[in-house]
Write a protein that binds this ligand. Structure first.
Ligand SMILES: C[S+](C)CC[C@H](N)C(=O)O
Ligand SMILES: N[C@@H](CCS)C(=O)O
Ligand SMILES: [Zn+2]
Length: 327
């Protein structure tokens, strides 16, 4: 079946809010896969047995994760490729060459499509440059972040996703650094040829992890005017504190009132990048119902969960989205 373009759907149905899936890496961990490794949640796909062994346990686990998110009401699902840049994969796994890498990503994308069926939207997920060295929650990109060749880093993953008919959209996740954001926004349709979104990594104080304000980001996007890649159609936050997320979106919405937003916060636990564990911070001040109402008031059009959110969170989001539609 042919799916409607997700961009056209959202633009033609200004009241519609879509439900995204939850924290895949941590959900795989809940289901028995050890994700604490340099390619994070992509690890199960690296073993040849995932593809060759009909009884592969990891394959059943990944499938069961997708089934659980679908059952909870997710309409938009992501590939499990957050830390699958060519750099991370080639430096840390048996996959060393570009053709092997492209083959791996292509297999992951078509496997994900098989898992979710032809009627749901699939996002090719690309983690921040900082994901490869765990700086996505600090935004500390060294003394000369403006000199980082972001295009070289992202290009192999982007060019594979650009040509995949199984993917509806590309998602840059957990972007913590303004130089990185500016680099992504400088790329035209020859570099990003599918609709895409950018999920920012924002501190609970409301600043991008590197200290940039949401106002600066909004002003920068407005200043690009017609130079913006027309495929860029959603901005928002991901893997940010559940309790503080609605204020970040309010700030973005104030600056970019006509720009559709996306939000998928984490559970509010804080990631320890050394021990690779999640530490409790504070319990939820709000329910998903409260959060969904706040998000909707700020123009959020895709809502889901990031790390440590589970299928039951997605079920709560889905109920809240559908209830508020009826009011
Ligand atoms: C918590 S997930 C988003 C991955 C975090 C970090 N890049 C790591 O590999 O541990
Ligand atoms: N989609 C990624 C986000 C990590 S912040 C994951 O679930 O692993
Ligand atoms: Zn996350």
């Amino acid at each position: 079946m042919t799916r409607t373009s997700i961009k056209s759907y959202l633009l033609e149905n200004p009241e519609a809010v879509l439900v995204l899936d939850g924290g895949q890496g941590t959900e795989l961990e809940n289901r028995g896969i050890q994700v604490a490794n340099p390619v994070w949640s992509t690890i199960p796909f690296i073993n040849e047995s995932f593809w060759s062994d009909p009884a592969s346990k990891d394959r059943e686990i990944v499938k069961s994760m997708y089934q659980a998110f679908l059952k909870s009401g997710a309409q938009v699902l992501m590939t499990v490729t957050y830390q699958a840049s060519f750099k991370s994969v080639s430096e840390n796994t048996r996959i060393k060459t570009l053709p092997q890498y492209t083959e791996l990503l292509t297999k992951i994308v078509s496997f994900s499509r098989e898992c979710i069926g032809s009627d749901k939207w699939l996002v090719g997920c690309i983690g921040a440059w900082g994901a490869h060295n765990c700086s996505e929650f600090t935004g500390e990109y060294g003394p000369e972040p403006e000199k980082i060749d972001f295009l070289e880093y992202f290009e192999p993953q982007l060019s594979t996703f650009n040509v995949s008919d199984d993917l509806d959209m590309i998602g840059f996740e957990t972007i913590p650094n303004f130089h990185e954001l500016k680099a992504i926004l400088s790329w035209d349709t020859s570099i990003i040829s599918k609709p895409f979104f950018i999920g920012l990594s924002v501190h609970e104080n409301g600043l991008l992890r590197d200290g940039t304000t949401m106002e600066e980001i909004g002003r920068y996007i407005k200043s690009l005017g017609s130079n913006l890649n027309p495929n860029f159609f959603l901005i928002g936050v991901n893997c940010v504190s559940f309790n503080h997320s609605s204020e970040m979106l309010e700030s973005l919405h104030r600056e970019l009132p006509d720009f559709p937003l996306i939000a998928y916060p984490n559970s509010g636990e804080v990631y320890d990048t050394v021990k690779k564990v999640w530490n409790p911070k504070e319990s939820h001040t709000y329910t998903w119902d409260d959060i969904v109402k706040k998000y909707k008031a700020s123009g959020v059009r895709i809502i889901g969960g990031c790390c440590r959110t589970t299928p039951s969170d997605i079920e709560a989001i889905s109920e809240a989205v559908h209830q508020s539609r009826q009011q």
